[in-house]
Design a protein around this ligand. Structure first.
Ligand SMILES: Nc1ncnc2c1ncn2[C@@H]1O[C@H](COP(=O)(O)OP(=O)(O)OP(=O)(O)O)[C@@H](O)[C@H]1O
Ligand SMILES: [Mg+2]
Length: 276
């Protein structure tokens, strides 16, 4: 069976994200993988909410969403979804939009955050069917509640949950920084990290803002059986190719161009050198 990959495209990549997603999907399909794309929308959602004079607080990197704000969030995400699908189709790649109404993501509402939810369940049937047909599903991070209402889900958490439920071999997070930094201020980048190292860093406060749910999504994906997660800068073409196409069985040789996370890091013994 083809190796499966979930690609998360960060909303903070702005205009570069469309080129990055085309490159990543080309590279994945070119190396015989099945791929689905999950996208965020952070900065554009913020801009749209500002235009409507709505300000929503962030709690641990997660935006609180009122029902009125959710309508705007959903519209922005639908626009971004359409743009990504269009860009892929124009590049000759067989993308297909996954309508929110299909309910791939089921909401588990977060108390106190109104229409912000975590992922309660994932219906992977449509993903399996479409990727099996050689297509590339493109998914917005909107989850459905028990009566069909829409919830805002952090895109990283959505991608991690989808990767876990789909039992993807690899989850790749494209963002606007080189990877996960042990110390963001001092610029200390993690290259090969083990799950335990990330847990320690998370507990010690190394991550702020959007990196908190991103690391949470990586941990969740690996806990559910995803073999490897990558966090790389989507503007760096070499890093995108490394994350999407590097040989996972080959632990030596390849130059790390971002952060690769697996259960035990690069290699249990070798990793001891740069242990956290
Ligand atoms: N330790 C850290 N290492 C790397 N980035 C960090 C760290 N701590 C905080 N950050 C911040 O996390 C940001 C990435 O998360 P962010 O949620 O903003 O982007 P994204 O997930 O790519 O986009 P979106 O949320 O719109 O989908 C970086 O731009 C950086 O400012
Ligand atoms: Mg984010």
């Amino acid at each position: 069976m083809a190796e499966t990959l979930v690609l998360k495209v960060g909303g903070s990549l702005k205009q570069d994200s469309l080129e990055a997603v085309v490159q990543a999907v080309e590279s994945a399909l070119g190396s015989g993988k099945s791929i689905c794309v999950v996208h965020g929308g952070g900065p554009r959602i913020t801009a749209a909410l500002e235009k409507h004079q709505i300000q929503l607080p962030f709690v641990d990197g997660q935006r609180m969403t009122t029902p009125a704000a959710m309508e705007i969030v959903e519209q922005v995400l639908k626009d971004i979804n359409r743009e990504i699908v269009q860009q892929l189709l124009e590049a000759g790649l067989p993308a297909v939009a996954v309508p929110v109404e299909m309910g791939v993501l089921q909401a588990s509402p977060v108390p106190g955050l109104e229409r912000t939810a975590r992922v309660g369940g994932v219906d992977t049937s449509v993903l399996k069917q479409w990727t099996g047909d050689g297509r590339v599903p493109v998914i917005a991070p909107v989850a459905k509640g028990s009566t069909g209402e829409s919830y805002n889900v952090n895109a990283d958490i959505a991608a991690g949950a989808i990767a876990g439920a789909w039992q993807a071999e690899r989850a790749v997070f494209l963002t606007d920084v080189a990877g996960i930094y042990k110390d963001f201020e001092r610029g200390e980048l993690l290259t090969y990290a083990a799950v335990d190292d990330l847990k320690k860093l998370l507990a010690s406060g190394s991550f702020t803002a959007g990196m908190i749910p991103k690391v949470g999504a990586v941990l969740e994906a690996i806990a559910r059986g995803v073999h490897h997660a990558f966090v790389v800068d989507g503007r760096n073409r070499k890093a995108v190719t490394w994350a999407v196409s590097s040989d996972l069985n080959d632990s030596g040789g390849e130059l790390p161009l971002g952060t690769r996370i697996s259960l035990h890091g690069r290699d249990k013994d070798e990793f001891a050198d740069d242990a956290v």
